[in-house]
Design a protein around this ligand. Structure first.
Ligand code: GLN
Length: 454
């Protein structure tokens, strides 16, 4: 098969299903087909494993010359970015082909894709259901066979939760593992870019390609990138698994618990052992996350004022009027809600009570994980309390929507890596995700555990 055929196959599939799945916001067809032809000409001279492979990129990752909206109207006219994000540069160096930009909740705020200001992506298993979010397009595109690989971003669960809902593999790397240069920031102390794929091996390979230190991102870690694919030995004999009792507590659906329990039995058969542990501060994770992430978002989103960045409102009378109208017209309700919450939490007089307190609790949550990792190799539990829910079911109730991420958020607060892999189906025929969490920079261990089960 030629690269051209492969890339055309991807667009053919998009033509067939994307009217329904709505995973893509922008296609890169002309440029991708031209690039495929170029690659066909140099074929054989390049050993890269990603050579010629179609990839979809979440729309909050900046792509040179290709529209980048972050799911927001305020960036609807950001048609021609001047640079590529570091991860995109790395994909280009590996000779992969960017097929298009993937649908997402506006500025990555959401758990269902219903906050996309363009259209809500759907779950390919059943389009009455949400694909999850905010990287809903990234997971749906892979699940629907539109692309074999995609990139997502995860601030509080946005790679793992949609991966779980769509039955694909999604990893949030250790904070600092992957450069955030060119990722439109939501909450800078939590955001990480990560791979979404059909299987663990592809995932490990994609992470190998995008990870590493970057002088353009001062929070990227100067830690060597191991060959993650070499960790996929299938051997988990003697591996020590911790199962937090808080992750199988009330609120987690019975069929999700059963799927996780049968996964643990599988691990026992493979020679691993597991024990129940406690992450006692888990119950504070959700409120801690919404305080910190909204505070950081309120600062990060200040730049979208119609002058420095973002679409400018027309016919404004004064400068202030122009700022206010640009932001009022450009941002959706959820984004405004977070900006208001964050601005409030950072206001003088409230900072000590909210932001500072939340930072202190974050440390306690991080310590919980550190303690467990002194004795165990990985932590295993469900990715989400329930399988995918129906489109429209939670859209009017931010609190139940937020509760979706109760099992993924602590991982971002601690900065450790976590993966979601498929571990069964619900009675409604929807996928269930198993979450495997590792210690800092232990993606290799996470992949080894994931691969052995797969
Ligand atoms: N659903 C969470 C939120 O709305 C997580 C989003 C994310 O990880 N980007 O903030």
């Amino acid at each position: 098969i030629t690269v051209t055929e492969l890339v055309e196959e991807s667009y053919k599939r998009i033509d067939e299903v994307d009217d329904q799945v709505q995973a893509f916001l922008t296609l890169n067809k002309e440029a991708a087909i031209a690039k495929a032809a170029e690659l066909d000409n140099v074929r054989g001279s390049d050993e890269s494993k990603l050579f010629g492979l179609p990839i979809g990129v979440k729309d909050n990752i900046v792509t040179k010359g290709l529209r980048t909206t972050a799911g927001s109207q305020i960036l609807s006219n950001f048609e021609d970015p001047l640079y590529d994000a570091t991860v995109v540069n790395k994909l280009n160096d590996a000779k992969s082909v960017t097929i298009g930009k993937l649908n997402m909740d506006e500025f990555a705020m959401g758990s269902s894709n219903e906050n996309s200001s363009y259209s809500a992506a759907r779950n390919p298993w059943n389009t009455d259901y949400v694909p999850g979010g905010s990287s809903g397009g990234s997971a749906a595109a892979v699940a629907a066979g539109e692309v074999p690989y995609s990139l997502g971003s995860d601030t509080g669960g946005s790679i793992r939760q949609p991966a779980a809902y769509c039955g694909v593999v999604g990893l949030k790397p250790t904070y600092g593992r992957v450069s955030r240069f060119g990722l439109i920031a939501f909450a800078s102390s939590l955001d990480q870019i990560g791979p979404v794929t059909r299987n663990v091996e592809d995932n490990a390979f994609l992470l190998e390609t995008i990870a590493g230190h970057d002088k353009m991102d001062s929070t990227s870690a100067n830690v060597e990138v191991p060959k993650y694919t070499e960790a996929l030995t299938g051997d988990v004999k003697g591996m020590k698994i911790a199962v937090p009792k808080e992750y199988l507590a009330e609120g987690v659906a019975a069929e999700v618990k059963e799927a996780v329990q049968s996964a643990l039995k599988e691990y026992e058969k493979l020679g691993a052992t597991w024990e129940e542990v406690s992450l006692p501060h888990s119950k504070y994770a959700l409120s801690t996350y919404y305080l910190l992430s909204s505070s950081e978002a309120s600062a990060n989103l200040a730049r979208f004022d119609g002058v420095r960045y973002g679409k400018r409102a027309e016919d404004a009378e004064t400068m202030l009027d122009m700022f206010m109208r640009s932001r009022a017209e450009g941002f959706g309700d959820e984004v405004k809600r977070r900006i208001m919450l964050g601005t409030f939490a950072l206001s003088s007089g409230y900072y000590e009570a909210y932001y500072k307190k939340a930072q202190q609790v974050r440390t306690l949550i991080k310590n919980d994980f550190e303690k467990v990792f002194q004795d165990y190799d990985v932590i295993i539990g469900p990715t989400t309390p329930t399988p995918a829910f129906k489109v429209g079911d939670k859209v009017d109730d931010p609190m139940t929507m937020y509760a979706n991420d109760i099992l993924t958020i602590p991982v971002n607060l601690a900065g450790v890596p976590g993966i979601s892999i498929p571990c069964g189906f619900s009675s409604a025929g929807l996928p269930i995700g198993l979450q495997i969490i590792g210690n800092h920079f232990e993606e290799g261990t996470v992949y080894r555990a994931a691969h052995a089960f797969e």
